[in-house]
Ligand binder design. Structure first.
Ligand SMILES: Nc1ncnc2c1ncn2[C@@H]1O[C@H](COP(=O)(O)OP(=O)(O)O)[C@@H](O)[C@H]1O
Ligand SMILES: [Mg+2]
Length: 212
């Protein structure tokens, strides 16, 4: 399965969630490839900042032919996670077109909910070429039980895409993870690590869903 994190909003959590989902899938014993399709190279920098090898392979692939090239690169892997750039571009389109599942991270703020519309449009455009692409929102940086946290599900409902049950909370450990280690490495028994593992379980289960 190929999962792409997409959002035209910078800072939504694409790179952070790509790294963490890939690591959780690797910890579940699956062979996973993380593809950095953002010319900014956050995921590649993450891997390069480590003193030890990354627990899963990371490759940079910022070209407009990902949807054509990936199947061949995938032969030795069960799953692939793609981090995509925050711009409408041939590259973003190609990465989305490559995916079986597009996850759109949104922060619980009205700005993010409004901005999500553009990303949804990009996904719909890709679905007009490849109808079987699934898409869902994933809430990132949820803050406690704030009212906006609760309201976001109903605000997102207007887009007619499912919202994953697992939300990722706003936690300092996620910002610390940008220095080259996942939260599962930094704090293996933390709630943050549990959230990420729950996210991967939910995502892998989604692929069994026939009717979307
Ligand atoms: N759940 C979270 N809690 C705290 N900080 C987060 C969380 N998710 C992302 N961040 C931080 O927010 C910033 C933007 O995240 P990033 O993954 O780079 O977004 P994007 O790739 O969509 O631009 C980074 O500094 C990252 O460490
Ligand atoms: Mg990024």
């Amino acid at each position: 399965m190929i999962i792409a994190f997409a959002s035209l909003k910078g800072g939504a959590g694409k790179s952070t969630l790509s790294i963490h989902l890939a690591h959780a899938i690797a910890l579940a014993g699956k062979r996973v490839l993380l593809v950095d399709a953002d010319p900014q190279g956050s995921v590649s920098s993450w891997a390069a900042a480590r003193d030890t090898p990354s627990p899963f392979p990371v490759i940079g692939l910022s070209r407009n032919t990902i949807h054509r090239d990936l199947p061949e690169l995938m032969v030795n892997y069960d799953h692939c996670v793609i981090d995509t750039p925050p711009r409408v571009s041939a590259l973003a389109r190609s990465a989305i077109l490559a995916a079986d599942l597009v996850l759109i991270p949104v922060q619980p703020s009205s700005y993010d909910v409004w901005a999500a519309g553009e990303t949804v449009e990009l996904v719909k455009e890709a679905q007009s070429f490849k109808a079987e692409i699934k898409a869902a929102f994933v809430i990132n940086r949820r803050i406690g039980n704030s009212a906006i946290g609760k309201e976001i599900d109903s605000a997102l409902a207007d887009y007619a895409l499912p919202v994953l049950k697992t939300a990722i909370a706003q936690r300092v450990i996620f910002s610390e993870s940008s220095a080259g280690y996942s939260v599962m490495e930094l704090t293996p028994s933390s709630t943050a690590a549990t959230e990420v593992k729950n996210l991967s379980k939910e995502v892998l289960k989604l692929m069994e869903v026939k009717k979307w």
